[in-house]
Design a protein around this ligand. Structure first.
Ligand SMILES: NC(=O)c1ccc[n+]([C@@H]2O[C@H](COP(=O)([O-])OP(=O)(O)OC[C@H]3O[C@@H](n4cnc5c(N)ncnc54)[C@H](O)[C@@H]3O)[C@@H](O)[C@H]2O)c1
Length: 259
């Protein structure tokens, strides 16, 4: 079990889904946690459930003043030493139907929001001489995706930003890593998978979606000193999806019989 006692972590998009699970796991690991989101009622309820080391703040990641106010809300808590840039938006739309204004919105939340977050926490992490930033990308930051050009572009951009940040912030003692979830059981996935066939997970070697806790465990590890030499890395949490291999039914015997 990682130990984050005496540290404050900030998690964006923490009102539900992966962000809520990450906040809960960080609290269990001993951290004080600021939960930011734009869903104020849901976020406040999640923080309330987590107890006195959790505090909800309204934080639209695209708004620079929200970041300053959110960090102020930490008050006399320990120094901010972890940031999870988890907030994200997603939709499916073919490239030829995508609209300029929507593409801009996608990049604003999924990329610019993370940049503003890194800029906001870097001074405190530098002063502490220790910080860990986890940028939540996607398997669509490793692969292309049909009908998801805007989202895929945003996640590749966030992955690139992660590597530049790791290079620039490393000398200050700040590690920056990207995680790449595959199918994770959240409201976002429910929207994506709605109406899909039962064999939707056939391309996942483990044959199922992940629970949010399975992602949160990775986030806690990367937030802690247990991962002290990891920076600039890409960590897929995808049940083997990006290992390739095609549909699960196509094992080597099937291929041999087909020849
Ligand atoms: N669920 C999946 O299968 C999956 C797969 C790969 C990557 N991801 C990524 O994981 C992250 C979490 O996704 P999730 O599945 O929990 O989705 P979700 O939709 O359940 O939660 C996303 C949260 O982000 C918040 N948010 C949106 N815009 C915001 C803004 N401007 N400022 C602050 N908060 C904002 C939402 O209100 C919501 O609470 C996202 O970055 C997503 O792209 C999810």
């Amino acid at each position: 079990m990682v130990d984050l006692t005496g540290r404050t972590a900030v998690v964006t998009g923490a009102a539900r889904g992966q962000g809520a699970a990450e906040a809960a796991a960080l609290v269990r690991a001993g951290a004080h946690v600021l939960l930011g989101d734009v869903l104020d009622d849901e976020g406040a309820a999640v923080a309330e459930d987590l107890g006195p080391r959790a505090r909800y703040v309204h934080l639209d990641v695209t708004q620079e003043p929200d970041w300053a106010a959110a960090l102020d809300a930490a008050g006399d808590w320990p120094a901010v030493q972890a940031l999870v840039n988890n907030a994200g938006i997603h939709w499916n739309r073919d490239l030829l139907d995508e609209r300029q204004a929507d593409m801009t919105k996608m990049l604003s939340v999924n990329v610019v929001g993370a940049m503003l977050g890194m800029q906001a926490v870097a001074p405190a992490m530098s002063a502490a001489g220790n910080g860990s930033i986890i940028n939540v990308c996607s398997v669509l930051g490793l692969l292309g995706g049909r009908g998801s050009g805007a989202y895929t572009a945003s996640k590749w951009a966030l992955r690139g930003l992660t590597k530049s940040a790791a290079i620039e912030l490393g000398p200050r003692g700040i590690r920056v890593n990207a995680i790449h979830p595959g199918y994770i059981d959240t409201p976002m996935l429910a929207q994506v998978a709605a109406g899909r066939p039962d064999d939707y997970y056939d391309f996942v070697p483990l044959g199922r979606a992940a629970t949010t806790d399975e992602v949160a465990d990775l986030v806690c590890y990367l937030a802690s000193d247990d991962s002290s030499y990891l920076s600039g890395g890409d960590f897929a949490v995808d049940g083997g999806l990006t290992a390739g291999g095609g549909p699960r039914g196509n094992d080597s015997r099937t291929y041999r019989q087909g020849r």
